[in-house]
Design a protein around this ligand. Structure first.
Ligand SMILES: [Zn+2]
Length: 456
């Protein structure tokens, strides 16, 4: 390519850019947020968004009802000629009067029951959803839930439609906040997404679920494998937003950090408040089973306290029937749990037997009393047993229906875990090891989470 040709090329380029600059008014605004520049430029180039007096975009300024009507009116190409409106209190000479009247005629906006429009009042997110759903004739709905919205009524329908269309979404805490005001940036995004489907929020941008980090420190990586670089570290108990799953890896965000973590080191964040009673069997003068230098009451308490840590780090409240080497009557353990609003009860024990060859994990429930409690208890016991057998690499002695007092004489879904046999060499050495006790505790915790997820 000759130099002469290159100069010519740049000459043409300069000419094109030179022509474009005066039209691109965005260049006059210094305060357009870079994250949303594409969408906002799209509106500015079409004359839909103009600067505020003083010449800036004012991204954080709250949108009033007349500003919203004007922006939507321009977006839809409605007649904006200033004129009288059907509403009391709208100055026919105001810049918004024509758009307010046109939008009213199209059924896009409504006034108040007293016949006013209140043009200077701040637009709420609920009103905005109504206006956007009408302006862009949205009709599709899908199963949409927000924690602060009843799933019925015209406002819910409007919010459902803008959510389903990928134009608006809620907050990461699961709420929509329909009474909150809306900024010029937020409103611009909605109008841009309404006009141009390319800007819409894909399903991928709505978190699938919230999960909690269960590892002490969890590496966040740039891609879904350990060969990708570490871009951050998350500490135990951190709540992350999960967007998609790829094999064992989760695409997540936490604040401004976005990346991948391994699924095994996270657990679902349980919805609603959960309170579980953890019961470390025996205590004080009642030592429980004994063998191979291992004393049951001590093992039970150590594992129970680790279970407590795992649960509390996941946001679950824990009631401990004992936290130190004291003796508590069996009946009092149940009463204590019930009086402290526990919804579930898990008792932790270790086994012994005359034959030292007998080993393994077993979990008990009681099928007596209420049938719902019985079936919940069996589920709870099964979830814990399955996790524990795997984690302890032990003999699976199964889930058994036996009416032990703490799991029988109680209104709560309950399970009693036998971690292993102190009278068996192999089991006893695991129970005496903090490594294996931690594995046991984590397995019990995971079984409880499995149960809560199943309960819903
Ligand atoms: Zn025991």
């Amino acid at each position: 390519m000759s130099k002469k040709w290159l100069y010519g090329f740049f000459g043409i380029l300069l000419f094109v850019v030179g022509v474009l600059i005066p039209q691109g008014k965005a260049l006059a605004f210094h305060d357009v947020p870079s994250k949303y520049e594409t969408e906002i430029r799209y509106l500015i180039d079409r004359g839909i968004v103009k600067g505020v007096p003083g010449g800036d975009f004012a991204p954080d300024q709250i949108v009033t009802r007349e500003q919203a009507a004007t922006m939507v009116g321009r977006a839809l190409g409605l007649d904006g000629d200033r004129r009288n409106t059907v509403f009391y209190g709208v100055d026919s000479n105001s810049y918004a009067s024509g758009y307010i009247q046109s939008a009213y005629e199209k059924g896009i906006i409504t006034g108040y029951t007293d016949g006013t429009f209140r043009p200077k009042k701040q637009m709420t997110r609920g009103e905005m959803a109504y206006l956007i759903s009408k302006a862009f004739s949205l009709s599709d709905q899908s199963p949409v839930h927000y924690d602060d919205l009843q799933s019925s009524g015209s406002q819910y329908e409007a919010i459902n439609k803008v959510t389903t269309a990928g134009i608006s979404n809620g907050y990461s805490d699961g709420t929509y906040k329909p009474t909150h005001s809306i900024t010029r940036t937020e409103f611009s995004l909605l109008v841009a997404r309404g006009l141009n489907a390319n800007f819409r929020v894909s399903q991928d941008n709505n978190p699938l679920e919230e999960r909690v980090v269960t590892a002490g420190i969890l590496n966040a990586r740039s891609g879904p494998s350990t060969s990708h670089s570490i871009i951050g570290k998350l500490s135990r108990g951190t709540t992350i937003e999960v967007y998609s799953e790829q094999g064992d890896w989760l695409k997540f965000s936490y604040g401004s950090l976005e990346g991948y973590v391994h699924k095994d080191y996270t657990a679902p964040k349980t919805s609603g408040s959960r309170t579980i009673a953890i019961d470390a069997g025996h205590g004080d003068g009642d030592g429980g089973a004994q063998g191979n230098g291992v004393l049951e009451k001590e093992i039970n308490l150590k594992v129970a306290k680790r279970v407590q840590d795992y649960l509390e780090n996941s946001g679950i409240d824990v009631v401990m029937t004992r936290s130190d080497d004291t003796f508590v009557e069996l009946g009092d353990r149940v009463t204590y749990a019930v009086n402290h609003n526990a919804d579930t009860f898990v008792s932790i024990h270790s086994n012994s037997f005359s034959n030292p060859n007998v080993s393994g994990v077993e979990t008990f429930y009681s099928s007596s009393a209420l049938s719902q409690r019985a079936s919940d208890s069996k589920r709870l016991a099964t979830f814990i047993q399955n996790r524990l057998v795997k984690a302890m690499q032990s003999n699976d002695r199964g889930v058994k229906d036996v009416p032990y007092k703490v799991i029988d004489d109680t209104p709560l879904p309950s399970a009693l875990v036998e971690l292993g046999f102190v009278t068996n060499d192999s089991d006893a050495s695991k129970l005496g090891s903090s490594y294996w006790r931690d594995r046991a505790a984590k397995a019990i915790y995971q079984g409880i989470i499995d149960y809560y997820n199943w309960k819903g």
